[in-house]
Design a protein around this ligand. Structure first.
Ligand code: UDP
Length: 322
């Protein structure tokens, strides 16, 4: 099978390429390197089953050729990270909405199965757990730019579902919860790589707000395994599916845990949200997925314990520093 991975030089995309090639598949990718990196894929350049195109997904001619030439599209290319989206609101909305529309239009033109990556951001500010795919969504006002990320990915979900309903396109939407592991960078705000790098340098570990907000973290290896199984799954078309972990931890406890695992002398400091993100920022206080639907579709849910994921990721940053 030949799989086109948009955003294939990114954190999740490049880990997916490794898994697909290991399983004997052919892989082509398109990435504009805006947040992805050639470092993530350079070890694949000699593999005859791997090809790459450095271009934007907004280039319809390039995308047309690539979609025509594959059996399945995994559409991961998107604006990533809350910090990045807040700093680049317009280009983020454009990439997320127009880019996904192009990927869906071409998948429909050539009748190719497509997995569209969405995000747990789409749920908005819920306090209950676990979050189920058919829960209501709760957002703040448009003056709070964070919600543009959720809203743009929600438009992607509606568009994919509309293609499925009106054109019978085999589209599956995956809502990825906080995914972590090797190759994730802290440059776009993500908490785990930031805390690990701060701890390794004995610099202050910067907890935003009071640190009581919680998250669940999923190992990227588990996420790409779930994506692979969804590619092969005969069911799931027209469905929205959560992919995430279930070990809930507060950000303050995460800071302590990372400090301990690294053996760091870092001080843990608390920084008000407006200093971290500017005014009008609203955080999501809790985010735990229901994995019932994922399990019923593919018989798999993420399994790697948080301590192990953090150890692998610390090891990755240590090896890059040396
Ligand atoms: N966060 C933090 N310190 C940092 C970066 C992030 O305390 O240096 C917090 C952030 O405010 C949020 C959580 O960690 O409550 C997860 O942030 P991230 O950007 O990784 O993902 P999100 O779940 O917000 O999309």
């Amino acid at each position: 099978m030949k799989i086109l991975v948009t955003g294939g030089a990114g954190f999740i995309g490049s880990n997916l390429c490794d898994l697909l090639l290991d399983r004997g598949e052919e892989v082509s990718i398109i990435d504009d390197l805006s947040t992805g990196s050639l470092d993530n894929i350079s070890h694949l350049f000699d593999n005859p089953r791997f090809s790459y195109t450095i271009d934007t997904i907004l280039n319809q001619d390039a995308m047309d050729r690539l979609v025509a030439d594959c059996d399945c599209v995994v559409h991961l290319a998107a604006a990533v990270g809350v910090k990045h989206v807040l700093e680049n609101p317009l280009s983020s909305i454009e990439t997320n909405i127009l880019g996904t529309e192009i990927a869906l239009k071409l998948s429909n033109k050539y009748k190719k199965k497509i997995l569209v990556a969405s995000t747990s951001e789409v749920y908005g500010k819920h306090m209950h757990a676990p979050l189920k795919e058919d829960d209501n969504l709760i957002y703040g006002p448009p003056s709070t730019m964070r919600w543009s990320y959720a809203a743009s990915k929600l438009v992607d979900e509606f568009t994919a579902l509309a293609y499925h309903r009106t054109k019978k396109l085999e589209a599956i939407i995956i809502r990825c919860f906080n995914t972590i592991g090797p190759r994730q960078t802290g440059m776009y705000g993500m908490v785990v790589p930031r805390f690990i790098q701060q701890a390794l340098r004995d610099e202050p570990i910067t907890v935003y707000g009071d640190g009581k907000q919680t998250r669940t973290f999923t190992y990227v290896g588990d996420v790409v395994e779930a994506i692979y199984r969804l590619i092969k799954c005969k069911e799931g078309a027209g469905e929205v599916v959560n992919i995430g972990g279930t070990e809930e931890i507060s950000i303050a406890d995460l800071a302590k845990k990372i400090k301990e695992l690294v053996g760091s002398k870092s001080e843990i400091v608390f920084i008000p949200y407006d200093q971290a993100y500017g005014k009008d920022f609203e955080d999501m206080m809790r985010r735990v997925p229901s994995l019932e639907k994922l399990n019923s579709l593919i018989g798999f849910t993420p399994v790697t314990p948080l301590d192990d994921i953090l150890r692998y990721t610390i090891e990755y940053f240590r090896s890059r520093a040396s």
